[in-house]
Design a binder for this molecule. Structure first.
Ligand code: SAH
Length: 347
């Protein structure tokens, strides 16, 4: 059965025509779908149409399979898609409201050595409707003010669905583009394509090291695109959108936290309007009594202490870069990418 939330309005119109119905109901149905309402409660549709919808389609909403609330108020959802696949999304509370972190793929093919999302590779792409259904499900935590495409998956590896999702959030959920951020491991053609669209969303770049040889140890994609190529693409992005780039830097003790790393960042980021978010490595996966490690190299990785994170960040600031430590939220509920799903599957 087709998931209606995954159809855009014109596809929805075609499906209605195939059922022998009038096109105009498509807009009404779409409005209801964005509210997360079951067919039976779409009260401005005729009873016979509601019955037909039930017989021929799924709404396509994701079901909340698990919900974990952290001591700091962070809520992590494990969602079940209509085909049984599981995805995660997280609602974080900041002083400026609720931020939802959405997954853009089931699994991920990027294989970054410290990330739990890529262990099984890419299972499949999420449709724009499925990403919307993360938003629909998560709204039970409260109104969502900001959305970050920073959950499992590589958004620029699912380009068309992701941009459709971003446009739909603006037009159907009233979440303006300035309240949306997209995080990428650095797919240069995707960054340039996105820059062409001139959407005022914030681009976050998972850099993690400004030294190519080191970056290759963390992220296979570093073998395809050099740091210089990525930074050049980021400059184009800034030029086209006026949005400052966020550099994500997962800090790993003794690996990318030295003086040479600071010097490299200074050199590489010169001339780029950016802010560095220092993310202390989340090694929660190691504390789970799990037989399967993410990767051999990840086993040797250690998170920095709080003090080390702040010392590193202060050193970046002293060298003229803008940097802050990202608040660790939800660390008691396996908040990092793919960790919850992984534990549930292992059970
Ligand atoms: N594929 C995209 C978005 C998903 S990952 C990207 O690479 O940006 C979102 C962010 O979480 C990335 O910066 C990623 O490197 C980081 N991340 C993943 N696992 C982590 C972990 N165990 N500890 C700290 N940061 C992690």
């Amino acid at each position: 059965m087709i998931d209606l939330i995954s159809l855009d309005t014109s596809q929805l119109e075609n499906s209605l025509v195939e059922l022998g119905e009038k096109k105009f109901a498509a807009k009404q149905i779409r409005l209801w779908l964005c509210k997360g309402v079951p067919f039976e409660e779409m009260t401005n549709l005729s009873k016979s149409l509601r019955t037909k919808l039930r017989e021929n389609f799924n709404e396509g909403y994701a079901k909340i399979s698990q919900k974990h609330t952290s001591m700091d108020g962070t809520v992590k959802y494990l969602l079940e898609l209509t085909d049984g696949n599981l995805i995660e999304c997280v609602v974080m509370q900041y002083h400026h409201g609720h931020t939802l972190c959405v997954s853009t793929q089931v699994g991920c093919r990027m294989g970054c050595s410290f990330c739990a999302s890529g262990i099984e590779g890419l299972i499949r792409q999420l449709t724009a409707g499925e990403m919307l259904s993360e938003l629909i499900a998560a709204r039970e935590s409260g109104e969502i003010n900001n959305v970050v495409l920073m959950g499992s998956g590589e958004p620029l590896d699912n380009y068309d669905n992701v941009t459709e999702f971003i446009r739909a959030m603006q037009s159907e959920f009233g979440i303006g583009m300035r309240h949306i951020s997209l995080s990428t491991c650095g797919l240069v053609p995707g960054i340039l394509k996105l820059a062409e669209e001139k959407l005022p969303i914030t681009l976050c770049l998972s850099l993690h090291s400004a030294i190519d040889e080191k970056r290759k140890k963390l992220m296979p994609i570093a073998k395809t695109y050099t740091i210089n190529e990525i930074i050049e693409a980021a400059k184009v992005y800034f030029k086209n959108t006026g949005r400052r780039i966020i550099i994500e830097y997962t800090l790993i003790r003794g690996f990318n936290d030295g003086q040479e790393d600071i010097e490299a960042l200074k050199r590489v980021l010169r001339g780029l309007a950016c802010h560095i978010n220092v993310i202390p490595l989340n090694a929660a996966s190691k504390n789970m009594d799990s037989p399967q490690s993410i990767s051999e190299i990840a086993d040797s990785f250690q998170p920095p202490s709080k003090k080390e994170s702040y010392t590193f960040t202060a050193a970046l600031e002293r060298s003229g870069l803008s940097a802050t430590v990202r608040r660790a939220l939800g660390s008691d509920i396996e908040g990092a990418c793919g960790q919850l799903k992984r534990r549930v599957r292992e059970k």
